[in-house]
Design a protein. Structure first.
Length: 415
């Protein structure tokens, strides 16, 4: 009954949905978006491929390391990736990989889905994370196309939804061949939503593989004069001044490298720091034994410097910016400190906190706490090694998760 009402609603609201799709197509200046969301224009899509669906660019980024890993095992393989958004499409286009073919997901109308399936004839559908479309899953099930949810996650908000929505989602999940959850908690939430034990496996979180397990950048083309260094990465206004003041109080011999998120701020940063022994990358100023601060006001050199940093402090997290990608230094198994404001990377932060692989400073007097934590990491090599080893363990776990997902996708699925 819940599914019947869903189908009725999609029909009744078709004019509104059509208008919204037209508006998005006009906004993004994309006729391809319009036609493919309506179930047309798939002539450039191959047939008989594995099909992966991602809501938007975040899910695409999570999926890419897995597809690259599968392609290494099967160089002839091609994959269709569908997205709901133009930003997701842009990310795939940006890569320019001939084995990744993009289409917009047809909206959840029966005729649109059937047109897509008729044109592409996929061998299986792999849905990233939480996209649960009743008509899509039903039609795939009826056409003997296995539906597998990978990196599956749910929020408690979904499981606490009203009875009609929960009934609809339970019906939708009944057409799923397998659910590979990212955590035991997510597996339990799927069970609460109506999935059965035989469907669910806790396979792990693919999110880590977006940075961990990627190739580390080579040694930076910067002569550091064999100095040990602490790296302050992706900083924003006021962070440089505050952290430099802490550094002066600590009186350390290591080189302090500051890499602003926006290199064009270099002149204002230099004025704020009032540091006599400062070398500036954009001016190719040499680092000597007397250099106190090295300002990395360049593009494309930050990641290489993560490799050998004694400690990495991630900026954009001590001011209300929302943080930056902590998985990049984690890829290099560094001891990492981040500030209290990590809203943009809350999921990545939780992953690392669960593995004791990062230190997060609290919101109350953050720079005072940063001074204490930074001092301890520099003085206590055992404490620092423990943090590095935990980050290294995270890398090994991520590799295992990536290999496990690769194996289950290469292995044929059945309904």
């Amino acid at each position: 009954m819940a599914y019947f009402f869903y189908r009725l609603l999609t029909i009744l609201f078709s004019p509104v949905l059509l208008a919204y799709i037209f508006w998005l197509a006009l906004k993004n200046k994309s006729s391809r978006y319009l036609w493919q969301r309506l179930g047309f224009n798939y002539s450039d899509m191959p047939t008989g491929c594995r099909w992966f669906h991602c809501a938007s660019v975040g899910e695409v980024n999570t999926l890419l390391p897995l597809l690259k890993n599968i392609h290494q095992h099967d160089p002839q393989a091609k994959f269709i990736i569908t997205t709901n958004t133009v930003t997701g499409a842009g990310r795939i286009k940006q890569l320019g990989l001939d084995y990744l073919l993009h289409s917009y997901l047809p909206f959840d109308w029966l005729y649109a889905i059937k047109c897509f399936l008729f044109s592409t004839q996929p061998t299986a559908l792999y849905v990233m994370e939480t996209e649960l479309w009743p008509n899509l899953f039903t039609v795939c099930h009826r056409q003997n196309i296995p539906v597998i949810i990978i990196n599956a996650r749910l929020s408690s908000k979904t499981t606490n939804a009203n009875g009609w929505i929960k009934s609809l989602l339970k019906y939708t999940l009944s057409h799923v061949s397998a659910i590979h959850a990212r955590s035991e908690n997510d597996a339990q939430l799927f069970k609460e939503l109506g999935a059965n034990d035989e469907q669910i496996t806790t396979t792990g979180n693919l999110k880590l593989s977006t940075a961990i397990n990627t190739d580390k950048d080579s040694t930076p083309a910067i002569d550091l004069h064999e100095r040990d260094y602490v790296l302050i990465a992706s900083t924003h206004s006021d962070e440089e001044k505050q952290i430099h003041a802490i550094w002066q109080q600590l009186g350390r011999d290591e080189l302090l490298i500051i890499a602003p998120r926006h290199p064009e701020r270099a002149d204002s940063i230099i004025k704020e720091l009032k540091c006599k022994n400062l070398a500036q990358r954009s001016k190719n100023e040499a680092i000597t034994k007397q250099t106190e601060v090295f300002l990395l006001d360049s593009i494309g050199e930050l990641n290489a410097l993560f490799n050998d940093a004694v400690v990495v402090v991630m900026g954009g997290s001590f001011v209300s910016v929302g943080g930056h990608n902590i998985l990049e230094p984690a890829n290099c198994n560094r001891a990492i400190i981040t500030g209290p404001y990590m809203e943009n990377f809350s999921e990545e932060l939780k992953l690392m906190q669960d593995n004791d692989a990062i230190i997060q400073i609290s919101e109350d007097k953050p720079y005072v706490e940063l001074k204490d934590r930074l001092s301890r990491l520099l003085e206590d090599t055992s404490f620092r090694s423990d943090l590095e080893n935990n980050t290294r363990g995270l890398s090994l776990n991520a590799k295992q998760v990536l290999d496990d997902y690769t194996t289950l996708i290469i292995k044929p699925h059945s309904r």
